[in-house]
Ligand binder design. Structure first.
Ligand code: ADP
Length: 764
């Protein structure tokens, strides 16, 4: 694989041939898009990909993570009224997608080994009856005779191969199971095959086309820049502290921290937990059950930070990851692109920080050598690995726009010269003004010590250290001794490694590498060659996390509403046993906080709310928005003046005294006094469940003798009290977690309100 930064690949972007005879119109696509997803327009290349899919043409669609590949295979079977099959490598990915589609009212199903045989048989029967438009299967199941027969019967129109790079051993995630997909073409000569991947190297692309035997495919390659990501490379110094400080810029947000080894993930997670971060480690050495549980807790927002080896990530569909941290150097730019790709999939701003030390690069080199030991041709394997690693180090070392470097690696260019979203363009890492002079000093010191010493020694001489070794060797008498004595040792180390990476210095192989000058190094030393070096400045000055929303920032009260909507989403997800992002991504919640629709119709017009979700969630969400607006003096999105009502949604635990009630609230309180269930009250008064929970909390607060058993059985009241004692800061989510699902948020709020009231009386 050509992994060199300097190379430029020809980027294919072949527009599909005219799709004469297409049975689908753009209007049909637009209508399906609006009805099921609530979107008004397609993104670049989605239209072409959908057209190819609907017209029965093979295709290879390469779009970066978050680029919107799923819609490209979800829409065609719907508009063509046929059954398509999606091959997906991981059960968790399938489950999330099917859950998401079903919430949208889209008939999809998955067949996998985690389901009972009887359930799968029932599903197969339903598929045969044409109940579904999309069937997800694992690759090993696809060529099963029973499934093949079913595909025949159901007249499957197209096979979508998700994560298609898994078929290529040049990709970063080769899977043997995927190899069998090569047979699809002969088994179903009449069905089209549409391959999807985020991996962009031409070699992998060619391999996919060849292996799947695609016929005259439409090759659609999107742009690889991710403008919503801010990339930073920082020198690795005190990596635990640096990681913690970075995470603190993303309080209560989802963060992934990648470490090189399993041990490191455990150590880092323990450190973060000691510092009150809701973190857990994840690696391939854990029991499958524990891994699964950790992943689910992260998906369900019970964990903010996951500290993982690269074993973690592929099954992760959480779109609101706001930060990805690398505590060590990735193996290649492809890996880096893939791993950072998990940040900001929802299109909102996110940050990717890489803590770089040249020492890590050496560790990686050792790992490459070790892994090549059993290979047939170790030299080639080592050279391949080293080439990829060199490109990655180049990315870290060169003081050039990170966005530009990344897209150049994939053979593309950036339209503008300052991305305003990387440490270099933001001025946090600067090219050294005197780089050529600085390089000459280092290079001449290597020459002065006769090219017989390693990096540490040369550095110590340059720093002017007065050690016994230096004195014994007489190196304290060299003209280069102390030449860079004002420089920070870590920065100097980085500089020296940059000279190695740029080929000006060579390191001899073996355990104790010695620094030597290359031809180019000699020329640079003589001042015949210009050198570029980057010097990291102080830690990011933009200490705030990037704001959540891409457009105009939310006001304080709108942010409060966003948080309240997030809470409601979590509650609904919990009830439905799906991850919160399946209900709505953050983009929709932000739009809701900004537009504040209070009618079902206005709610349904929000981008990302399809017809099904409008009907399923409209009442709850609009009720919450109405209440929130009324209590916070925000105007309703439909322009209606806020109704005067007290009872702060966010202050449910310590409710305000109501001075004036609106009739609905009065009615709700009356019903509650008679012991009515929260759901019934919500239904009858057109209020959100969380709002009615708030009313109940208010009642309990004002009236500590109120019998709470209609809503919270006595033993549960005890359990909540116990859990509250164990959570000193009284955070609802922490109490909720402690109770492991035994109580819902409303129940906890009510019991807390009562205890607060008792405490107030006793204290006062
Ligand atoms: P990929 O599979 O390429 O990583 P997804 O298909 O998961 O990306 O899409 C990423 C996000 O973008 C999802 O939340 C999806 O609903 C959203 N999305 C996709 N297409 C559109 C569109 N045309 N308009 C608005 N949002 C879209």
């Amino acid at each position: 694989m050509n992994g060199d930064f300097q190379s430029s690949y020809a980027t294919e972007a072949l527009v599909p041939r005219a799709t004469a005879g297409t049975s689908t119109s753009d209007a049909a696509v637009a209508s399906v898009l609006k009805q099921y997803w609530g979107y008004d327009s397609l993104r670049p290349l989605q239209a072409e990909a959908i057209r190819a899919g609907a017209s029965g043409r093979d295709s290879l669609v390469v779009l970066p993570t978050g680029g919107g590949k799923s819609l490209c295979y979800q829409i065609p079977p719907m508009v063509c009224n046929r059954v398509d099959v999606v091959v997906s490598p991981l059960i968790s990915l399938m489950k999330d997608q099917v859950d998401g589609l079903r919430e949208n009212g889209y008939p999809a199903v998955a067949l996998h080994s985690a389901q009972e045989g009887s359930a799968n048989r029932e599903i197969m029967r339903e598929i045969g009856e044409g109940k579904y438009r999309l069937v997800f299967v694992a690759p090993e199941r696809l060529l099963h005779p029973a499934f093949l027969a079913l595909c025949e019967r159901a007249r499957v129109g197209a096979f979508a191969i998700d994560e298609a790079h898994c078929i290529s051993q040049w990709g970063h995630d080769f899977r043997k199971d995927y190899r069998q997909l090569a047979r699809l073409r002969e088994v179903f000569p009449n069905a089209s095959i549409n391959a999807f991947t985020a991996t962009a190297t031409p070699r992998v692309r060619e391999d996919i086309v060849g292996q799947l035997r695609l016929r005259d495919p439409a090759i659609l390659v999107g742009h690889f820049d991710r403008p919503n990501l801010t990339y930073r490379v920082r020198p690795k110094l005190d990596v635990e502290g640096q990681t913690l400080r970075t995470i603190r810029r993303h309080r209560d947000q989802a963060v992934i921290v990648y470490c090189l080894s399993r041990k490191e993930t455990e150590r880092m997670a323990a450190f973060l937990k000691e510092n009150q971060v809701r973190a857990a480690h994840y690696h391939a050495g854990m029991e499958a059950k524990d891994r699964q549980e950790t992943q689910e807790r992260f998906l369900n927002e019970q964990l903010d930070v996951i500290v993982a080896t690269v074993a973690f990530g592929m099954g992760i569909d959480r779109g609101d990851v706001r930060c990805v941290i690398h505590t060590s150097l990735p193996k290649s730019v492809e890996h880096y692109q893939q791993e950072t790709g998990r940040a900001g999939r929802d299109g909102l701003p996110a940050e990717c920080v890489l803590f770089y030390s040249a020492g890590d690069a050496i560790r990686n080199e050792e790992l490459i050598r070790l892994s090549a030991e059993n290979a047939n041709d170790p030299e080639t394997v080592i050279e391949g690995g080293m080439q990829l690693l060199r490109a990655m180090r180049h990315y870290c070392d060169l003081p050039a726009c990170r966005h530009a470097r990344l897209v150049e690696y994939f053979g593309q260019t950036l339209a503008h010269s300052n991305c305003k979203a990387c440490d270099v363009c933001l001025g946090e890492t600067k090219p050294a003004d005197d780089a050529t002079e600085l390089a000459r000093k280092v290079l001449s010191c290597v020459a002065r010590v006769q090219q017989r010493f390693g990096l540490g020694h040369v550095r110590d001489v340059l720093l002017g250290k007065n050690t016994k070794v230096i004195r014994d060797l007489g190196h304290d008498k060299l003209t280069t001794h102390g030449l860079l004595k004002t420089m920070n040792a870590d920065v100097l180390t980085q500089v020296m490694y940059q000279l190695v990476d740029q080929g000006l210095l060579k390191r001899t192989p073996g355990d104790r590498p010695i620094l030597q000058l290359s031809e180019n190094g000699l020329r640079a030393m003589k001042g015949e060659r210009r050198v570029l070096l980057s010097i990291p400045q102080a830690a990011p000055t933009t200490s705030e996390a990037p704001s959540r929303d891409a457009g105009e920032a939310l006001s304080e009260s709108e942010s409060g509403l966003f948080e309240a909507l997030r809470g409601l989403r979590r509650g609904m997800a919990e009830m439905r046993k799906v991850p919160p992002f399946v209900i709505f991504p953050d983009t929709v919640l932000i739009e809701l906080a900004r537009s504040r629709p209070t009618t079902i119709e206005a709610f349904g017009a929000i981008r990302g709310v399809g017809a099904r979700k409008r009907d399923a969630f409209g009442r709850e969400f609009t009720a919450l928005i109405r209440d929130y607006c009324d209590t916070h003096g925000l105007s309703h999105g439909n322009g209606r003046a806020p109704e005067p009502e007290e009872g702060d949604e966010e202050e449910i635990v310590r409710p305000r005294q109501s001075s004036k009630l609106n009739p609905q609230k009065e009615r709700a309180l009356e019903m509650l006094m008679q012991g009515a269930a929260i759901e019934d009250v919500a239904h009858q008064t057109d209020r959100a469940i969380s709002t009615v929970g708030g009313y109940l909390a208010e009642l309990a607060y004002r009236n500590p003798t109120l019998d709470l058993t209609p809503w919270v059985p006595a033993d549960l009241q005890h359990a909540i009290t116990e859990a509250t004692i164990q959570v000193p800061d009284g955070r609802l989510t922490a109490i909720f977690e402690k109770l492991q699902g035994r109580a819902n948020f409303e129940q906890i709020r009510v019991v807390l309100a009562r205890w607060r009231a008792v405490a107030m009386r006793e204290g006062g």
